[in-house]
Design a protein around this ligand. Structure first.
Ligand SMILES: [Zn+2]
Length: 153
């Protein structure tokens, strides 16, 4: 199964708003998995180019890697289906980097091309350091990686 545009947000997202308690939830997941990359799905509401995260669903990194991630796409799809039943839209994915910078890796960029419109939130985390968050999206095949503004509420 391909991660296709059929589940991507319908609207182009320029800003990702994350309530602090949701950010904490993500960070706890990241800390638990460190140095393995933690990953999960983001759900919420999208309006006027702004996405508000209301729910996160952690997914198991089946690669068990500290430099890459992917997940069982059946888990991912069932998270999307259950969020849809709650009236929440699929926004995209989060994952962690056990490095200083939250920059998409080459593998991340390849994956993002398969998921146009999805927001990818990257959390750079090292124990004892301040976590850094950044979000990105790719609009269409062949287009550049765009920065999505992250706002903690
Ligand atoms: Zn990555």
């Amino acid at each position: 199964m391909e991660v296709g545009p059929s589940v991507a947000p319908l609207e182009r997202i320029y800003k990702l708003a994350i309530p602090r308690e949701i950010a904490r939830e993500i960070l706890e997941h990241v800390e638990r998995e460190y140095p393995i990359e933690a990953c999960g799905a983001l759900f919420g509401r999208v309006e006027s180019g702004s996405a508000l995260v209301e729910k996160v669903v952690p997914l198991r990194n089946v690669l068990g890697s500290s430099t890459a991630f992917w997940f069982d796409e059946r888990d991912w799809m069932s998270a999307i289906m259950s969020a849809k039943r709650e009236g929440l839209e699929y926004i995209g994915l989060y994952h962690s980097h056990a490095r200083e910078q939250p920059l998409p890796s080459l593998a991340d960029r390849h994956r993002m091309l398969e998921c146009p419109g999805e927001v990818w939130l990257i959390i750079a985390y090292r124990p004892g350091g301040e976590p850094r968050l950044a979000a990105y999206r790719i609009d269409d095949y062949g287009s550049a990686v765009m920065r999505v503004q992250v706002e903690l509420l």
